[in-house]
Design a protein around this ligand. Sequence first.
Ligand code: FAD
Length: 295
Amino acid sequence: MKIGEILKREFSVSFEFFPPKSPEGEAELFKTIKELEALKPTFVSITYGAGGSTRDRTRNIARRIHTETNLTVMAHLTCIAHSKEDIMQILRDYKDIGIENILALRGDIPKDGFQTPVYGCKYAVELVRLIRENFGDWFSIGVASYPEKHPESPNMDWEIRYFKEKVLAGADFSITQMFFDNAYYYSFLERCLKENITIPIIPGIMPITNFAQIKKFANMCGATIPQSLVELLEPYADNPEETTKIGVEFAIRQCEDLLDNGVPGLHFYTLNKSKATLLIYQAIKHKIPFRVLSV
Ligand code: FAD
């Protein structure tokens, strides 16, 4: 099913996974998927290594989920390291498998003097165009958005300008980078509306279960961790149970506020674990708008 179409009808709940490196990791992932499948997610998504490092693993996991479960799958695809012909092959393969949803991304630029392939896509917008030009409406296309701006964007005007290009090129919906202060998301939505950007922008929720890891992620992607949350988490930096408790409580309050403000969906960065997401979902499910749950 095409996510863009589902989003026109109903609220979306989705889970993001990464492709594991080992058979043990894959077994663990499918256990997590089984547990989360009970929540009837609208879709699940599988990340992609920016340099193409997970090309086969992303495809194989996406295929397994598509063929072995009833879940709707979205495959992430980063364009930065691929030629257009490589990208076309990957897309043709997804089409053959029957996967209809792609998150079209550029990927992070590797640090060591990297050059985009000559016949490649320099920015995500070029990938969106390539998909639309060659596959029409066969794929529903999602793109990334950044309520606190992408680290490479000099300011929010720049951020919105290039986000709008992706929308005009044919993106159906967007998923945001993680954020911990909803004010950034609301202000981003306001700016988008002013620019007539009206596609659904689904907030990306990162449940905190490991403080050191989240500090590192947040630092890399430019997400602000509010000082009040830092003060709650810091004393328990070496206590995973207490960190998870605080992180889950925080995410519940964050999601409740988002639901009160009419978000089109919630996308959970699960890091291939089910516990935190399950706890958050149980606590907020009474606020989640009615879904047909037709997947
Ligand atoms: P773009 O939209 O191309 O933007 C990148 C930067 O370039 C921005 O600053 C933008 O303003 C600027 N820009 C865009 N067009 C132009 C132009 N024409 N001229 C000048 N500047 C321009 N990474 C992975 O490696 N694998 C994943 O699976 C993955 N999944 C993600 C999922 C989500 C929901 C999100 C939010 C991010 C994900 N990322 C993933 C991270 C993403 O790849 C990085 O943030 C990357 O640096 C930017 O990708 P993008 O698609 O947003 O790029």
